[in-house]
Design a protein around this ligand. Structure first.
Ligand code: NDP
Ligand code: MG
Ligand code: MG
Length: 341
C-alpha cells in the first residue's frame, strides 16, 4: 500500500519560515503562489523581463522580481515554468544565483528524471505535483478543499527534505485531499504514460474516431458531438465516484451489455501492445528527446500538430453547440476557444 499523508502529518510552520520564490506564473505557478500566500508564506514570483504574466501576479498583490533576483533571496525555489524551458532557465538564471543550501521544488519530475537539470549536491530536491490542472488547484483551495498531490524527494541534502516537502504540500492545500509518496522516476513515467495513452492522447483519439465514424456514416455532427464527446464527462464523473462498476450500474442494461461486447472490439489487445511501446519510449527517454529536440528547434512539429488538431471538424461543431449551452459556465482560466489554430 502506498504511503499517504494528510494535513496532520505536516507542519505548516516549516514552509512559513522560508522565503519562497515561485518561478513562472502560469497554470501551476499562480496556484502555488496564491495558495502559499494564503497559507501565510512569504512568496515572491520570479518572471522574465516583459513577462505577459506580470499584471496577473501584480493584481493579486504578490511581490514580483526578475528570476535571478527572486532566486538570490530565496530559501526555496519552485520551478514552475514549462518543462521545455526549465533547463535553460536553470542554467542561466537559477543555478548561478541559488543560495547555499536552498531547496529546489518541482511540479513534475521531467527535467530531473531525464537529466536535463542536475542540481549540485548541497540542495534538497523535492517534488510536489498536484494531480490536477493548476486552475483547479487554486479553485479547490479557495473553496476550502484541495487537489491530491504526489510528493517525492530526489536529494535530501539537509536531512529534513521530507519535512519541507510535506509542509509545502500542506501549504498549497494538497494534504487536505491526500499526499502520496512517490519518486521522481515513478511520477515522471506514470504521468507521461497516463496523459499520452489514456487521458489526453487516448481519449482525444477515441473521441475523434467516434465522431468521424458517425459523421462519415451520414449522422448529424451535432448529434455525434453529444454522443461521443459531451456525454464522456458524465460517464467519467461516475467512474470517479465509484469506479467503472458504478458507471456500469448507472447506465442502461443495453449500454452495459454493449460495453462488455463492443469495448474489447474497439480497444483490442493490439492497443495494449501499442501502450507498451509508448511506455517503452517514455522509459528509454525517446519521447523526452523527441519533445526537447522539437522545442529547441522552435517547435515546428508541435505547432503543426496543434494546428491540425484544432482543424478537426469536431472542434467547429463543438464551438457552435457550446454557445447554446446555458449550463456550461465560462471557466476561470485564460483559455480562448480556437486560440490554438
Ligand atoms: P505554464 O505553461 O502554464 O507556465 C507558464 C509560465 O511560465 C508563465 O508565467 C510564463 O511567463 C513562464 N515562462 C515561460 N517561459 C519562460 C521563460 N523562458 N522564462 C521565464 N518564465 C517563463 O506551465 P504549467 O503550469 O503548465 O507547468 C509548470 C510545471 O508544472 C511543469 O513542470 C508541468 O509539467 C507541471 N505540471 C503542470 C500541470 C498543469 O496543470 N498545467 C499539472 C501538474 C504538473 P511569461 O508570461 O513570461 O510567458
Ligand atoms: Mg503531465
Ligand atoms: Mg446514448
Amino acid at each position: 500500500m502506498a504511503e499517504l499523508f494528510y494535513d496532520d502529518d505536516a507542519d505548516l510552520s516549516v514552509i512559513q519560515q522560508k522565503k519562497v520564490a515561485v518561478i513562472g506564473y502560469g497554470s501551476q505557478g499562480h496556484a502555488h503562489a496564491l495558495n502559499l500566500r494564503d497559507s501565510g508564506v512569504e512568496v515572491t514570483v520570479g518572471l522574465r523581463e516583459g513577462s505577459a504574466s506580470r499584471d496577473k501576479a501584480a493584481n493579486e498583490g504578490l511581490a514580483i522580481a526578475t528570476v535571478p533576483d527572486a532566486v538570490r533571496d530565496a530559501d526555496v525555489v519552485v520551478i514552475l515554468a514549462p518543462d521545455q524551458v526549465q533547463r535553460h532557465l536553470y542554467a542561466e538564471d537559477i543555478a548561478p544565483n541559488l543560495k547555499e543550501g536552498a531547496a529546489l521544488v518541482f511540479g513534475h519530475g521531467f527535467n530531473i528524471r531525464y537529466g536535463y537539470i542536475k542540481p549540485e549536491a548541497g540542495h534538497d530536491v523535492l517534488m510536489v505535483a498536484p494531480k490536477g490542472p493548476g486552475h483547479i488547484v487554486r479553485r479547490e483551495f479557495a473553496d476550502g478543499r484541495g487537489v491530491p498531490v504526489i510528493v517525492a524527494v530526489e536529494q535530501d541534502a539537509s536531512g529534513t527534505a521530507w519535512d519541507l516537502a510535506l509542509s509545502y504540500a500542506k501549504g498549497i492545500g494538497g494534504l487536505r485531499a491526500a499526499g502520496i509518496k512517490t519518486t521522481f522516476t515513478e511520477e515522471t513515467e506514470t504521468d507521461l504514460f497516463g496523459e499520452q495513452a489514456v487521458l489526453c492522447g487516448g481519449a482525444s483519439q477515441l473521441v475523434q474516431y467516434g465522431f468521424e465514424t458517425l459523421t462519415e456514416a451520414g449522422y448529424q455532427p451535432e448529434v455525434a458531438y453529444f454522443e461521443v464527446l459531451h456525454e464522456l464527462k458524465l460517464i467519467v464523473d461516475l467512474m470517479i465516484e465509484g469506479g467503472i462498476a458504478k458507471q456500469r450500474w448507472s447506465v442502461s442494461d443495453t449500454a452495459e451489455y454493449g460495453d462488455y461486447v463492443s469495448g474489447p472490439r474497439v480497444i483490442d489487445p493490439h492497443v495494449k501492445e501499442n501502450m507498451k511501446a509508448v511506455l517503452a519510449d517514455i522509459q528509454n527517454g525517446a519521447f523526452a528527446a523527441r519533445f526537447i529536440a522539437d522545442q529547441d528547434a522552435g517547435a515546428p512539429e508541435f505547432k503543426e500538430l496543434r494546428a491540425k488538431g484544432e482543424q478537426h471538424p469536431i472542434e467547429a461543431t463543438g464551438r457552435e453547440l457550446r454557445k447554446m449551452f446555458a449550463w456550461i459556465k465560462p471557466s476561470d482560466s485564460d483559455y480562448v476557444e480556437g486560440s490554438a489554430a
